[in-house]
Design a protein around this ligand. Structure first.
Ligand code: GAP
Length: 441
């Protein structure tokens, strides 16, 4: 249920994080040298690392740490009959209005009664605009070669339900999970990577006996909320919000969103939907293939119901960055620090020789190579040590390992903690177990 906590909105935070993302190489406007393309982004070296960590954190919780979920990796382009049966061709639409004055186009449900661009009230009636990207498969452009870029990964799991059931000998309750790119021709993308036309989805379809779906829906709401706090978002910046009836997607009998308090207010991070047997039934009818599960114990066949937690990886990455951004003062100097969970930070460890002198190089490289087997590491030997710490703080690196001239004598190094800035001296031999012990494994 919505919490009563309503923190103040914070546009300064949004600007600080967007700025940091560009300056340090998390996210770039796509094809910037050509002027970009509206609301499309490329993930730079740090962004690519962090996005991979978000995916892995999800994979860990949804697949690795469970014994009732299996993964698949389905095609992005598929038979268009999938989208006909699923209802996406007919109903995956947003209401579109044109401004007759300035010709801008808007989502009717996102504006009041005037054009946000020019203020004119001369708007067309709202009409449904299908969000799927259409393309053609093969060299001939015609009705018979039409295909669509997937707007959700979910259908790949429904059409493979039978394959997974027979090859893995699973029985409900069990899940199929998948992550990957999805494409929606959004009318008004925006708010940085919050809403883009190409984004990354992380979805679980959890198949259950029909009578059990309310219980599993509650279970997945609790699990998914806990995942965001586990990875560092304060619980007062998160809430569960059940959808009103008129908000529900065409396939859903009930959806609850996990919401995050973005700098502009509460916004959706993830939707947990009770899709009933809508999709399996639709594909069964359309394909003529039975998708029922035969329950041997009960001696009866049924179409499982589906509970679906569907999260955006790119949107989650943005939320983790916003939640982690902080500014404080160390030794009278202001610093920007990303207090990211160690598993989400682009680099887990920075290896910093105190000096560029040749004598430190072999030991520093040796320490780097030891750590690289376990962690994503950055090696930096330029500028003063203080400035190098600041650089690592700003990109969220939780630990810096410094090699100094004494290290050559005593085979010990200094580990500095990003959040407390505390420094601990310890033997190189103990470095890997010490750092591994600080991670949530
Ligand atoms: N299969 C169900 C489904 O796709 P959804 O609520 O439309 O549900 C799931 O999308 C999640 O995907 C959202 O909660 C959001 O995090 C993310 N998402 C949806 N549209 C997006 C967009 N245009 N840009 C970035 N993320 C998006």
């Amino acid at each position: 249920m919505p919490t009563s906590f309503e923190p103040a909105t914070n546009p300064g935070l949004f600007d600080a994080v967007v700025n940091l993302c560009k300056r340090r190489g998390f996210v770039f406007p796509s094809a910037e040298i050509y002027g970009g393309i509206r609301s499309t982004y490329d993930y730079g070296p740090l962004g690519a690392l962090m996005l991979r960590n978000v995916r892995e954190a999800w994979w860990r919780a949804m697949i690795q740490e469970r014994d009732d979920v299996v993964p698949i990796d389905a095609a992005i382009l598929t038979n268009p009959k999938v989208w006909e049966a699923s209802g996406h061709l007919a109903t995956f639409t947003d209401p579109l209005v044109d401004c007759r004055n300035c010709k801008d186009r808007w989502r009717a449900d996102q504006i009041e009664d005037a054009c946000p661009n020019c203020g004119s009230k001369d708007l067309t009636e709202a009409r449904p605009f299908n969000l799927m990207f259409k393309t053609y498969v093969g060299p001939v452009e015609g009705d018979s070669s039409v295909a669509y870029l997937r707007p959700e990964t979910a259908q790949g799991m429904f059409v493979n339900f039978l394959n997974v059931l027979t090859t893995t000998r699973r029985r409900p309750p069990f899940g199929i999970a998948q992550l990957g790119r999805a494409f929606r021709n959004e009318i008004t993308p925006g708010n940085f990577v919050f809403r883009t036309r190409e984004f990354e989805l992380m979805e679980l379809e959890f198949f259950v006996p029909p009578a059990d779906s309310p219980r599993w829906h509650q279970y997945w709401c609790d699990e998914r909320l806990a995942w965001y706090t586990r990875y560092g978002i304060a619980s007062e910046k998160l809430r569960l919000r059940p959808h009103e009836k008129e908000e529900l997607s065409h396939y859903s009998a009930g959806t609850t969103d996990v919401e995050f308090f973005f700098p502009w207010g509460w916004g959706e991070l993830e939707g947990i939907a009770n899709r009933t047997d809508f999709d399996l039934r639709a594909h069964q009818e359309s394909s003529g293939t039975s998708l029922e599960y035969f329950d041997q114990a009960a001696g009866e066949s049924y179409l499982p119901h589906v509970v679906e937690p569907a999260a955006g990886a790119t949107r989650a990455m943005m939320a983790f960055l916003l939640a982690a951004y902080d500014e404080d003062e160390i030794g009278g100097e202001r610093r920007a620090v990303l207090r990211l969970h160690p598993r989400l930070a682009p680099y887990q460890v920075a290896v910093l020789p105190l000096s560029k002198k040749e004598t430190l190089a072999p030991l520093s490289r040796d320490v780097l190579h030891r750590l690289q087997r376990y962690f994503m590491c950055e090696f930096d030997e330029t500028q003063s040590i203080g400035r190098r710490y600041r650089r690592q703080d700003e990109i969220g690196t939780p630990y810096c390992v410094t090699i100094d001239f004494e290290s050559l004598e005593d085979q010990q190094v200094t580990v500095r903690d990003r959040d407390s800035t505390e420094q601990t001296r310890l033997p190189i031999e103990d470095l890997v177990p010490h750092l591994l012990g600080r991670f949530d494994i």
